[in-house]
Design a protein around this ligand. Sequence first.
Ligand code: FES
Ligand SMILES: [Fe+2]
Length: 377
Amino acid sequence: MAKIIRPAFERRLDADPGKSYTLPARHYTSPDIFRQEAEAIFFRSWQYVGHVEDLAEPGAYITAMILDQNIFIARGKDGILRGFYNVCSHRAHELLRGAGKARVITCPYHAWSYHLTGELRTARGSEKVAGFDGKEFCLKPVRVETMGPMVFVNLDGNAEPLASQSGGLMDEIRKFAPEFDRLTKVASQSWEIEANWKVVIDNFLECYHCEPAHPAFAQLVDMDSYRSTTHANHSTHVSRSGRPDNKAYKFDPKDGSQVAAFWWLWPTTTMNVGPGEPNMAMFYIRPLGPERTLEVADYYYLDGKLDGQRKERIAYANNTLQVEDNNLCEAVQRGLRSRGYTQGRFIVDRERTQMSEHAVHHFHTLVAAAMGVTAGN
Ligand code: FES
Ligand SMILES: [Fe+2]
């Protein structure tokens, strides 16, 4: 593992959000710090990679990039989900692309083949090679866990199980989205944002910007009842539904969710329930570089149809809300490069209202802890 250089904080990152400064700007721009985050954060945390419906049948597989690490997850003939680095043990050709179904995994280069358990099945000509031991060339596993219908991987073999890291999160989600396990994907969209991944997460974690920057959202969601609560590795953001005749999308106040509820799970996964018929939108991000981030949105409903309120909601989320947020994030990223800015302060209140940025502070303390600096030090 690469040595992690302890970043010095210019001004105090305090355990109390009311006293704390924000993460220094260079944490959002420095290629060195981005490289340190790979080992300190991305190669040892649980990353959302997809939904169990994409891995329903034996042999079904999906692939995912965790920074530069290509991995795949496949369901075995025994029904077990397993994850592996997506690389051939012979001379390192990538094995699988995208998503699909395979009974065996065959490398496109020299046709070595592997069982879905990762064991080497065949290696052409290896019988002529003295001392060739197929057991040495099994695929290298990565951890896979599910939480409800969500599939996560972790490249750290010693990581604490997801379930124990995210205590209570699934119960909370089920309370606000009791149909979650029965929902199915109706649409997907992705964006490349010219901003550090933490700018995108910071933006998700507060609604202080909602009234000035998202006028329609501030009608869809009842701002006065918006509350954010932080937990060990996740935060919860809940409010009552706003006006059914809002400018975002119309919904029947008697139908499905009477609330808007958003969850963030350390470090890059969010789950989002909007007002209206039973729904879930998974928004998750993949850093592409120190100042570039891929964000993916998958929308789930009770059946596969994309019509009426759903269409309106998804169009609003993709074409208005996300565009507003992406513009904010990119403008912040440009600002973080400015010689005129180093750190800010959080606006917080005791009631933890929609004006309060304590959940952003919570995220910053988790980043600092992962990078080897404890808040308050
Ligand atoms: S690199 Fe895969 S078979 Fe040679
Ligand atoms: Fe926003």
